[in-house]
Write a new protein. Structure first.
Length: 317
């Protein structure tokens, strides 16, 4: 009986978990640009994610249009990426340390954006938003049209982002960014300005991360100074899960970006399943997250060992 109650709780939580997964999936797509395309370890995301949420929340609280608030959040996020790229390309600081420095500085910047407060609440009834947990509940009750369901609205938003990125990285400039990540020395030998490409890549990446933070602030109806903590772990988990689950099926660049988004959804569904079905205290969420990421990181290695073992057995036979 207890298990059935927990199962029912899990099923009821699925739409919310999937919605959050899609929102974080946009952040993971931004991280994919630096981690996979540029081959840079950028830790700015823990700070720029919160920056996007803080900017969006404060602009909405000031009475601005939600689309303008999200555009400004995107631009401010791109500015944080530029700061990291400045440290890396102009000052010669390693990328990972550049990201840490920017992330550290953004803590104070984010507090300043929110008026030196740790959080900024948003009244869902007062402000128009693109996505909200309240909208999910209203659609379920039939009080709002179906297109305002978070899964649909964020899903369409994600599809638009993937389409734009697929087009951009197919252009000459986008291809040069991909070449920079694949082999920077060869790219420079071909006359490509690799430093410029790193700047652009980091700006696009953190712009998307901040945009994701803006959507999450709307979804949960508040921005918080700690909302970006652990974002790098969630983003890497989404990338790894997407590769493990869909790597054999999705070869196209656009489909790879979609796999990252699906990976974030799977991550949140697994987290929700563990919390709901096993009745684990949410205070252990970070530990659970780390274990889930470790498992998915180990899968490719373990799978390779299994295939290698079977191959040897067949050769001996």
């Amino acid at each position: 009986m207890i298990f059935l109650d927990r199962l029912g709780s899990f099923i009821n939580a699925l739409p919310g978990a999937a919605s959050q997964g899609l929102i974080w999936g946009i952040m993971a797509i931004g991280l994919y640009i630096t981690y996979k395309i540029l081959d840079l370890s950028d830790l700015t995301v823990d700070g720029s994610f919160c920056t996007g949420g803080a900017v969006c929340a404060m602009m909405l609280a000031a009475g601005n249009n939600v689309w303008l608030a999200m555009l400004v959040a995107l631009l401010v996020g791109m500015a944080t990426g530029w700061v990291t790229s400045f440290f890396h390309t102009k000052l010669g600081i390693p990328a990972i340390l550049s990201g840490i420095l920017t992330q550290l500085g953004l803590w104070s910047v984010n507090l300043a954006i929110m008026g030196m407060k740790a959080n900024q609440a948003l009244n869902v009834a007062k402000y128009d938003m693109v996505v909200s947990l309240r909208y999910l509940q209203d659609v379920t009750k039939g009080l709002r049209p179906i297109y305002q369901h978070p899964i649909i609205s964020v899903g369409l938003f994600t599809a638009a982002i993937i389409f734009v990125l697929y087009w951009f990285f197919g252009t000459e400039l986008g291809a040069s960014i991909r070449a920079t990540g694949a082999n920077a020395n060869m790219a420079r030998a071909q006359g490509i300005n690799t430093n410029r490409n790193k700047v652009l890549g980091l700006m696009i990446s953190n712009g998307l991360v901040a945009l994701s933070g803006a959507l999450l602030a709307q979804y949960q109806s508040f921005a918080d100074i700690n909302m970006g903590r652990g974002a790098i772990v969630i983003g890497l988990a989404a990338i790894i899960i997407g590769e493990v689950v869909f790597g054999k099926l999705f070869r196209n660049f656009g489909l790879k970006l979609m796999a990252v988004s699906f990976g974030a959804v799977i991550y949140y569904l697994v987290i929700q399943a563990v919390i709901s079905l096993m009745d684990i205290d949410s205070n252990y969420l970070k530990l659970i997250s780390a274990l889930i990421v470790a498992v998915f990181l180990a899968v490719p290695n373990l799978r390779g060992k299994v295939f290698k073992k079977h191959g040897k057995e067949r050769s001996h036979a």
